[in-house]
Design a protein around this ligand. Structure first.
Ligand code: CTP
Ligand code: MG
Length: 180
């Protein structure tokens, strides 16, 4: 029961985690906010770029489609029924994740945190909240049928751990300037 919920949580979280990690890899170039300043501070900052946002969202959507194709192969191996991602969910998970991260940067700038400054919990959960909210808006029935309270609880506990782990790897490989 716990293992099944864990596997389902990881399955759903993959297209949610990948966008921001791919954004780190492909990001750079023109910032999303075009350099705009509001109240003496950048609207979002140089850490949110067009290339990173579009590339990250596309990668997450592609992964969700790939998981749909892989599902019939993986299910017999793990012995549980895994969720499939209908098209609105294929788009909402990664776009919501990128959007949540952008909203997090917006809040960080308003609170006068410099680009790259660590804000524990906000940094690790902004993309999860973004993905959850957008998916709830576009596919509420899918969320209710797929995300049990146990799956949701596992996702909230697992996300900061995995996020921290991925960022330390990216930092160690020199892909990221700060390990958060
Ligand atoms: N990135 C990007 N576009 C995004 C998200 C991330 O280009 N939408 C890239 C940027 O190169 C960014 C890096 O990924 O510097 C790390 O992302 P993140 O930690 O979210 O940004 P920070 O640079 O820490 O900026 P902030 O303080 O605004 O979170
Ligand atoms: Mg950061």
């Amino acid at each position: 029961m716990w293992l099944a919920s864990l596997l389902i949580a990881v399955w759903i979280l993959l297209p949610t985690y990948i966008p921001n990690n791919v954004a780190v890899l492909v990001g750079g170039g023109r910032p999303l906010d075009g350099g705009r300043v509001v109240g003496g501070r950048r609207l979002l900052g140089d850490g949110k770029t067009i290339r990173g946002s579009v590339g990250g969202a596309l990668a997450g959507g592609t992964l969700a489609v790939g998981l749909n194709l892989l599902r019939p192969v993986v299910e017999p191996l793990v012995g549980i029924v895994l969720p499939s991602f209908p098209l609105p969910v294929v788009m909402a998970l990664p776009v919501g994740a990128i959007g949540g991260d952008i909203a997090g940067s917006f809040l960080k700038r308003r609170a006068a945190y410099a680009r790259g400054a660590a804000v524990p919990l906000l940094d690790q959960l902004d993309f999860l909240v973004g993905a959850a909210v957008l998916t709830l808006v576009v596919a509420p029935g899918w969320v209710l049928a797929t995300v049990s309270p146990t799956v949701a609880a596992i996702a909230v506990v697992l996300t900061p751990l995995l996020h921290r782990f991925a960022n330390i790897i990216a930092y160690t490989l020199g892909l990221k300037q700060e390990p958060h």
